[in-house]
Every structure is written in structure tokens, then in C-alpha cells.
Design a protein around this ligand. Structure first.
Ligand code: BYC
Length: 318
């Protein structure tokens, strides 16, 4: 293709983005658009799959049958989200094996939040409330993303995330209306999860190498800082209802900006976790690798069955 032809395709592509048209898998797209989407969508998929691990730890210890059923359903949903997202990434020309390989070798990232341990039952409430709450804010914006398969995957994911957020909040409401020890447990969980939840939105816009281009391509409809502020403004009143204190002495309503002012994230901690030095990074990747290895026979059996069915169809057609 000549340079002139590529330029004209680029102009058509940019005009489609400007008109808010969805870009579909077989449409022409700039190579960088394709690669940036593979990066973000696959990392999003990995986050869903790795995110199952801290919660799975509590299935056998959920305090009642009702709690166990809800937690199991939530974790299953997350597995499903990972699968929609891997499928969406595959439409951009990467195989699932390559994506797993990138996760297992540390080439691809997954959300920093899942490198923290879930140590009490109150953590299950807090993860639902804050982590799924942050995910919804991020993902509602992504429903408007320009790449069709990604934006459509978000619609269903957001519906399920909102159920997850409520089940988490309800766990905390119960604990906060329970014994003083239970309320203390809820406060302790909030103290540990608050700042890592704010880190989920990524580095400050000024330090985010991808935001500017991703906003132009409408992969991101809002910046990291905008979404983080939205999350804080939405979450503080919910903490008030629970009677819990957000662990930020600088948190204060600002009547002029009509937003909360708040303290400073420990960016050093954030980058340490992103680079693989968080409390659970090694453990999480090892768990995924072991699951992949133990699942070999299932994949082999499924492939052998698919091949057999295919041969049968061919024989019948001859
Ligand atoms: N953790 O230029 P930036 C869930 C990386 S799962 C780790 O701002 P971008 C759930 C970033 O990848 C929800 N890494 O990047 C599941 C980049 O490195 P690379 C997960 C992070 O992509 C189970 C570098 O830092 N949600 O809801 O424009 C149970 C510079 O950052 C993080 C998604 O994945 C981080 N927090 O923006 C419960 C949403 N932040 O790739 C719940 C989709 C940044 O250049 N993703 N990095 O090597 C996004 O919206 C964006 O990718 C981000 C980052 C806002 C996360």
C-alpha cells in the first residue's frame, strides 16, 4: 500500500472516530490503535482472571450458605468477564495462548489491586464495595469506547459489576450494624483497601504515557484523574452511611469545586506493585501458571473432541 493510500485510510478512520462510529474487527485501523487495544483489553482480561484469586480464598470460609452462594456467583461472573475480554482481544489478531504467555512471563500487567491479600471476611465486603465500585466507574466510561467488541463486552460486565458492588456493600452494612468487633473489622479493611483502590485508576494524568492518545482514539472516554475523582466523590457518602472513616486526614468537601479535596497517593508503592514487587505478585502469577499447567489435559481433551467432530462433519459431507 502506498503512503498516500495509508494516509487516506487514516483520514477516513479519524473521521469515523470523530463521528463516534464503532470500529469493528474487520475494519481498517492504524497498527498502533490495534496494539494499544490488545494491550489494554488483554490486561483487563488478566485482571478479571487474577481477581478471582483473593476472593476464591474465602469461598470455604464464607460465614453462611447465602454468603457462599453469592460469592461463588460473583467469582464465576469474573471468570466470564475474562472470557468475553479475551475473545474481544482475539478479534484484534492475538491468540489466547499468546496472551496467557504474556501474563505468565510478566510481559502483560494486571490490575495492581489484586496483589494485596484478602485477610478477613470484611475484605470480601470491601473488595465488592471499593474494587468493584472503582471498576464500574472505569467500565461505564469504557462502554462508550470506540472499538465495538470492547464496548459491547462492557455493557454486560457493568450490569454484573453493579450486583457485585451491592453484595459487597451489603456485607459491610451487616458488619457495621453488628458487634463493635465486626465494625472494627470493617474499618480495618477500609484502612487497608482505600489507597490501593485509588491506585486502580492508574498514574496521574501527567505521568500517564498512554492517556493522551487513548483519549483521542476514544479508547478512554475519561482520564485516570477524572475517574479517580468521580470515584472519591461517589464513595465518601457511602462510607458515611456505613459510619466508617476514610483513612485520609486531608479528605474534605470543597464547596467551590463541589468535589472532595484529598491527600496524596503513595506513588512509590504503586510503581513497586506494578513492577511485580507487591505483597502477592509472585503468589498470584504462580497460581495462574499452575492452573494453566494443570489444565493441559482439559485443553487437550477439548481439542481432540473438536477435531473428531470436525472429521465427522467432513466425512458426512463427502
Ligand atoms: N495496575 O498510561 P497509563 C475488576 C500501567 S478488574 C497495574 O495510565 P493506561 C475486578 C499501564 O498498564 C478491573 N498496571 O495506562 C476483577 C501502563 O503500563 P503498560 C481492571 C497499571 O492503559 C475481579 C502504565 O501503568 N480494569 O474490575 O492508559 C474482581 C502507565 O499507565 C495500573 C481494567 O483493566 C494499575 N492499576 O491506563 C473484582 C480497566 N494503572 O501497559 C473486580 C481497563 C496503570 O504501558 N483498563 N498501569 O506497560 C484501563 O482503563 C487502563 O488500562 C488503566 C491504565 C486506567 C488501568
Amino acid at each position: 500500500m502506498s503512503e498516500r493510500e495509508v494516509k487516506s485510510l487514516e483520514e477516513i478512520f479519524e473521521a469515523r472516530i470523530a463521528r463516534d462510529e464503532k470500529i469493528e474487527a474487520k475494519d481498517w485501523m492504524p497498527e498502533k490503535y490495534r496494539l494499544t487495544h490488545i494491550r489494554q483489553i488483554s490486561q483487563h482480561a488478566h485482571s478479571e482472571i487474577v481477581g478471582m484469586l483473593p476472593e476464591a480464598n474465602w469461598i470455604t470460609r464464607a460465614p453462611s450458605l447465602r454468603r457462599k452462594v453469592a460469592l461463588l456467583a460473583k467469582i464465576q461472573d469474573e471468570g466470564g468477564h475474562g472470557l468475553y475480554l479475551y475473545s474481544a482481544a482475539e478479534t484484534l489478531g492475538i491468540s489466547r495462548e499468546e496472551m496467557y504467555e504474556q501474563l505468565h512471563t510478566g510481559v502483560a500487567k494486571y490490575s495492581s489491586i489484586f496483589n494485596y491479600p484478602a485477610v478477613t471476611w470484611a475484605d470480601m465486603g470491601t473488595v465488592g464495595w471499593l474494587v468493584d465500585g472503582a471498576a464500574i466507574i472505569n467500565q461505564v466510561a469504557l462502554m462508550g469506547a470506540s472499538y465495538g467488541p470492547y464496548s459491547r463486552a462492557m455493557v454486560r460486565i457493568c450490569k454484573e459489576e453493579s450486583f457485585h458492588q451491592r453484595q459487597g456493600y451489603e456485607i459491610l452494612l451487616t458488619l457495621c450494624n453488628g458487634t463493635p468487633e465486626q465494625k472494627e473489622m470493617a474499618q480495618d479493611a477500609l484502612n487497608r483497601w482505600w489507597w490501593p483502590s485509588l491506585m486502580m485508576f492508574g498514574p496521574k494524568d501527567a505521568d500517564s504515557p498512554n492517556t493522551e492518545q487513548s483519549v483521542k482514539w476514544k479508547l478512554k472516554r475519561k482520564t485516570n484523574d477524572e475517574l479517580r475523582q468521580q470515584f472519591i466523590d461517589q464513595t465518601v457518602p457511602q462510607a458515611d452511611i456505613l459510619g466508617l472513616t476514610i483513612p485520609d486526614p486531608k479528605l474534605k468537601w470543597n464547596p467551590e469545586t463541589k468535589q472532595y479535596d484529598w491527600g496524596e497517593i503513595d506513588w512509590n508503592e504503586f510503581w513497586q506493585v506494578v513492577k511485580g514487587q507487591g505483597p502477592c505478585n509472585k503468589h498470584r502469577v504462580e497460581a495462574r501458571k499452575t492452573a494453566w499447567e494443570k489444565g493441559t489435559w482439559v485443553r487437550d481433551a477439548a481439542m481432540a473432541y473438536a477435531e473428531k467432530q470436525e472429521n465427522k462433519v467432513i466425512k458426512e459431507a463427502i
